[in-house]
Design a protein around this ligand. Structure first.
Ligand code: ATP
Ligand code: MG
Length: 956
């Protein structure tokens, strides 16, 4: 295989070419996003191999994540002639692991070095709790509660290369400057931390164990102590290249310095404006100090951007200027203004009336792009926090957009794994009602949800655990049998739990319930089930790791470890899911680093979410030890968040869409993220602005049901209320809009008013059945239940309120002269139409019995004052007809009268249903169910939505 084929560098710009063709000595490439840093680094690896004939295994390229390393490897492999040796492209940690495996014995490490997983580290700490001599950090009530935080703290010490002696000096200084009791406590707290750190390191080394952080720090130590080892390693590496250098921490930086020496062939590329892992110890200082440590540094700046449009770049640039003067650009007088090769639309800001409409608008826009043929892989929604997906994901599903949540869930959070952890929990802890509830309703046991809800509510009321409540409950029929066998199993597992290890017990549970088998069976045709099986097996692997080191291998021991892991945010990683070509991506900004997409949405940009709040670590490293730049902590946090925004914006090639909504439920109106204004150079648009409302209207216009039903899937069992039946009959499109898409509706004063009057009527009858009616008490309801939402003016609200009082008073007066009381009020009903899998359910306002005759009465608040009109309404009322039908289904008797009682005017509309009417209603219900099943939602043209599509859109 010839290695002589010259590489084609003609596509590179002069600065890029300079990077690729650089001779020897240290190089610092600082450049903004999308300037081809990763691209040229990859090219250089190939160039060194092909043109300079450097043996591939002597080129070391370092990145941060496994994913980045794999991607780079793929790109290099494409450039290299077939058959070349394996490249050394890897993460810092895997490099460290290799070195320790090869040379660890020089440090006194055992030949078979034992690398602890995070779970094992937690077990190790727990088992050595007494040896750590903790006091402040081992509260008597729950001595292990800080273990997760301690592990993170030890990690930080290691990342920042804080040696024991350096820490000691720091504490001495603290003591000397101590002025009051608070200072005293602080220095003794650090004393304790240092002591624990010492013990931890000693115990670890005695046991021949290393943790994840040691993979770097021990190598640094090794190179410091054994120059011969360092030389040997140095001789095997001719060139070192590092991507995303801005995120290296101190110990990684030190490692590079040792390996390369001041004159070495080290090339680092980075962008100080994209440093987003400061909380993990990364420091911009590393870039700043590069020219101090290394000699004859060639600095290359790339300013030509190959990714984004000029419009996107200009906005991002405007934003990041707000981090001045703490940036390299002003400090080193370099130019980081990026020029694009393309021009495109201005970034857009959408403001939507509510948070859920915001999610819907976004989903609709994505759907439109997909329908227009834009590939799903070129679309991404970036989130500041992963829980923002909670509202977005359902919206995407509603609009039939397939998506992939990029490894958002850790292993323990995956539902198939979470439920197994909860079963173990239930076995060892009878007091854990929450877990018991989840386990019982899960597909493991599949208890009836409403039964359990009722039991849970009873348990709360009686102040019992759910288990205690269930044991004294007296269910009937099938539920009783199933409950018995459930408790039998549970007791058997409890007995076994002391003999079996956590893993054995879990295995038995899975076997007994057929849990894994179910997934395995499904996995033959279902990709989701395949992943579930893989995740379950990861859980077993994780428990096996735990059992290898734990002295208490039982489910109780495991439960405690799992808890610490969760607290420290260190749940093992779930199986990575391949993104299907039909899926758009949903990911946190942190995960999107280095990636690019044609269209990027930044969702939920409100103040308070972005910048997010400055969450302090439970135990934080003093900034003096962290060697941070002299910026105030609050400011530092804001700058970090701003860099995150910069990363987010610069992922977009052509379309950048930022959205927010002032209404997240609750009273508080949310403000737009200040970053929007910083980027646009002008205030973020607000909802009231006419033109912005127009944008919303235009976007939400897409809510109009299209009649397309390509991906609509009808429910297996249909539940209908009289109200829904009525909606469908009057306009199927309206029904679809309200009940299938569940488009949120603006607060309606009429609805609140109606509820209030109904409640008053209901109370009236209750009072009367108990003897006395107090008008005053009834009128108090108005104050209690009144809500001001949705009224256009104070005057309108006041008028309506007076009307409520008047209506209630008039009702009381009218009723007081009646001697008959209803035999039932607010009576719930439910009946099935079995052959079409449909259930109708609802509630009847009041049922009267006068002599033998039955009367069904529905109270209305609309101002009808004409008896003829009222009679016609009663005759045509779908609602009354369904009530009558329900009554017949329940009692076998057709009611004699159905009445619409207009309480505001005192007018009644009466209709006497005949048996034929009920058959007609039944037919109508069948028609509705059939329509829903076949997905036909044609607009009838006579509903509010059909005639006022725009008014509906703007809720404010
Ligand atoms: P980030 O700062 O986001 O990590 P980066 O500086 O590493 O970005 P790359 O991802 O390497 O930038 O490049 C951005 C895009 O520009 C990629 O699609 C890359 O293929 C393309 N690109 C880079 N240089 C050139 C070039 N000379 N000609 C054509 N395309 C290029
Ligand atoms: Mg890159």
């Amino acid at each position: 295989m010839s290695l002589g084929g010259a590489m084609d560098l003609s596509g590179l710009n002069p600065a890029q070419k300079q990077v690729v063709e650089h001779g020897s000595g240290p190089v610092l490439v600082v450049a903004g996003a999308g300037t081809g840093k990763t691209h040229v680094l990859t090219m250089r690896v190939a160039y060194l191999a092909i043109e300079r004939k450097v043996p591939v295994d002597q080129i070391l390229a370092l990145t941060f994540t496994d994913k980045a390393a794999r991607e780079m490897e793929e790109r290099v492999d494409k450039l290299l002639p077939y058959g070349m040796l394996e490249t050394r492209i890897m993460t810092f940690h895997s490099f460290g692991e290799r070195i320790l495996k090869e040379f660890g014995h020089d440090l006194g490490l055992p030949i078979n070095m034992n690398l602890m997983s995070k779970a094992q580290q937690m077990v190790f700490l727990r088992q050595n709790l007494d040896n750590l001599e903790l006091d402040y950090y081992a509260p008597i009530g729950d001595p292990a509660s800080y273990l997760g935080s301690l592990a993170s703290y030890f990690s930080r010490l290691s990342d920042e290369l804080v040696s024991e002696s350096k820490y000691d000096e720091f504490i001495k200084k603290l003591k000397n400057h101590s002025q009051d009791e608070a200072d005293e406590v602080d220095s003794s707290r650090h004393q304790e931390l240092l002591r624990a750190y010492r013990h931890y390191r000693r115990l670890k080394s005695e046991a021949g164990l290393v943790d994840y952080d040691d993979l770097i720090s021990l190598v640094v130590e090794l190179f410091d102590q054994k120059p011969n080892v360092l030389r040997e390693v140095q001789q095997s590496i001719e060139h070192i290249l590092v991507d995303e250098f801005q995120d290296t921490n101190r110990s990684q930086n030190r490692l590079l310095q040792q390996l390369a020496g001041p004159k070495g062939n080290l090339m680092v590329v980075g962008d100080d404006d994209q440093s987003i892992y400061r909380f993990r110890g990364a420091a911009v200082a590393n870039i700043l100090e590069f020219t101090d440590f290394y000699q004859d540094v060639t600095t290359i700046v790339l300013t030509e951007n190959y990714r984004s449009s000029q419009q996107i770049l200009d906005n991002a640039y405007r934003l990041i200027q707000h981090n001045n003067p703490d940036r390299l650009e002003p400090q080193q007088q370099i130019n980081k203004y990026l020029t694009a090769r393309t021009s495109g639309p201005e970034p857009q800001v959408w403001v939507l009336p509510t948070y859920s409409l915001e999610a819907d608008a976004l989903a609709i826009d994505i759907k439109r792009r997909l329908d227009e043929g834009q590939p799903a892989s070129s679309i991404a929604v970036l989130l500041r926090k992963k829980n923002q997906a909670d509202i977005l994901a359902p919206a995407l599903r509603r609009h039939n957009v397939e998506y992939r949540l990029a490894d958002q869930l850790s292993l323990f959070e995956h539902p198939e794994v979470a439920i197994l952890l909860q079963v173990l929990q239930v076995v060892v802890d009878p007091l854990d009602s929450g877990s018991l509830y989840h386990v019982m309703v899960s597909n493991l046991f599949g208890f009836d949800l409403s039964f359990l809800m009722e039991q849970a509510s009873l348990a709360r009321r009686r102040n019992l655990t759910l288990e205690a409540q269930l044991r004294q409950s007296e269910p009937v029929g099938e539920t009783a049998d199933r409950l018995d066998s459930f408790f039998e199993l549970l007791e058997a597992w409890r007995r076994r739990s002391s003999e079996l290890t956590a893993g054995q017990l879990l295995f038995e549970i899975c076997e007994r319930t057929g849990y894994i088998n179910d997934y395995v069976k499904r996995s033959q045709s279902d990709a989701v089930a395949v992943l579930a099986v893989q995740n379950i097996s990861r859980l077993f692997a994780s428990i096996a790791e735990f059992e290898r080191v734990a002295t208490d291998k039982s489910a109780i021991g495991w439960g405690a470890v799992a808890e610490s892991l969760r607290e420290a945010g260190e749940s093992p990683e779930a199986v990575e899911q391949e993104v299907a070509p039909s899926e758009i991506q949903l990911m946190t900004i942190h995960k999107a680093k280095g990636l690019e997409f044609e269209t990027v949405y930044l969702f939920d940009l409100i103040k308070g979410s972005f910048p997010g709040s400055n969450r302090r670590e439970a135990i934080s490293l003093p900034s003096e030890l962290a060697g941070e730049l002299g910026v105030q902590p609050g400011e530092r946090h804001l700058q970090e968040e701003r860099r995150l925004m910069y990363v987010a914006m610069t992922r977009a090639k052509t379309n950048l869409i930022m959205t927010y909504s002032p209404d997240h439920g609750g009273k508080l109106r949310r403000k737009p993220s200040p970053f929007i204004e910083e980027a646009l150079g002008q205030p973020a648009p607000e909802l009231i602005e006419e033109n912005k409302v127009a944008i919303i209207q235009q976007e939400l216009e897409l809510f109009r049901p299209t009649g397309r039903k390509a991906s609509y899937s009808a429910p297996e069992h249909i539940f209908l209320t009289p109200h829904q039946i009525d909606d469908y009959l009057s306009c199927p499109a309206n029904f679809h809009f309200r009940h299938i898409m569940k488009v949120p509706e603006p607060p309606a004063p009429a609805l609140m008013y109606g509820t209030l009057i109904h409640e008053a009527i209901n109370r009236y009858f209750q009072m009367r059945s108990k003897g006395g009616v107090s008008e005053k008490d009834l009128l108090l309801l108005v104050d209690k239940l009144w809500a001001s939402d949705g009224f256009i003016s104070v005057g309108q609200e006041q008028k309506r309120r007076e009307q409520a009082v008047a209506t209630i008073k008039a009702f009381i007066k009218r009723q007081d002269t009646q001697k008959d009381l209803p035999i039932s009020t607010e009576r719930s009903f439910e009946f099935n139409i079995d052959d079409i899998n449909t259930t109708v359910r609802g509630r009847i306002d009041a049922i009267f019995q006068v002599g033998e005759s039955i009367e069904i009465r529905d109270y209305k608040t609309s101002p009808i004052d004409d008896v003829k009109k009222a009679d016609a309404k009663a005759k045509g009322s779908v609602q009354l007809a369904v009530y009558a039908l329900a009554w017949r289904q329940m009692t076998g008797v057709v009611p004699d009268r159905t009445v619409l009682d207009y309480v505001e005017t005192g007018v009644e509309g009466v209709y006497q249903p005949a048996a034929g009417d009920l058959e007609h209603t039944l037919k109508q219900i069948r028609q509705v169910a059939a329509g829903i099943r076949s997905g036909s939602f044609q607009p009838s043209g006579n509903c509010f939505y059909c005639s006022h599509p725009k008014e509906v859109k703007v809720a404010a």
